[in-house]
Write a new protein. Structure first.
Length: 202
């Protein structure tokens, strides 16, 4: 057990001792652990909000970072998501904030992670999850209720002259929004639109 990992409020654990004694086959021992004086004097990373939900349009939001413990805490903020950009300085000491810009999402809903890390602090690193809504795609060739990879494969098969099973293509395709080209035919135009849309989810 790593006793240095005990939280600031203390923790309780149960140890079970088992034996072949028919009268008392198991004994439960409760162990109470309290944080050490060292833990009380160390920095503790605190990030707000713990997650953020945003609309599909582009925008910005603020991430607040604070030291909930003692001592000095140096922190850094980073993300690997191409659609999330940290606007101002991505590092600081103790209490501070960063502004995050997010791009518009023309695809399905997506999730990104921003990591806040303080090497010498407890409760580090912190992962801030960003959930961005998307715009539904109407190129639903099989009428399943959403546009997905199955629709793209159907479009590619039709474009290549490959036979598809009866009932796989919606009967009202020519009159629906799934007909991207407006020509009543399924082809590469529909496949490309779907694949471009799905690629934005990453």
């Amino acid at each position: 057990t790593d006793w240095n990992a005990v939280s600031l409020v203390g923790e309780t654990g149960i140890i079970t001792l088992s034996s072949n004694d028919p009268d008392e086959s198991s004994v439960f021992v409760e162990v109470n652990a309290s944080p050490s004086s060292t833990q009380f004097s160390m920095p503790v990373l605190q990030v707000s909000p713990p997650f953020r939900e945003v609309y599909e349009a582009a925008g910005t939001f603020r991430v607040d970072i604070s030291n909930a413990g003692k001592g000095t805490m140096d922190w850094t903020v980073e993300t690997d998501e191409y659609w999330l950009v940290i606007e101002n300085e991505s590092f600081g000491t103790d209490d501070g904030s960063v502004t995050v810009n997010y791009e518009a999402n023309g695809g399905p809903p997506r999730t990104g992670i921003i990591t806040v890390e303080a090497a010498t602090a407890g409760n580090s690193p912190q992962m801030l999850e960003i959930r961005q809504s998307g715009i539904p795609l109407t190129v639903d060739i099989d009428d399943s209720g959403s546009a997905d990879l199955v629709d793209a494969i159907l479009a590619l098969k039709v474009a290549a002259g490959t036979e598809v099973a009866h009932g796989m293509i919606r009967s009202d395709f020519a009159a629906s929004d799934a007909d991207v080209g407006g020509d009543g035919k399924i082809g590469l135009e529909e496949a490309i639109r779907i694949l471009n849309y799905l690629s934005k989810a990453r």
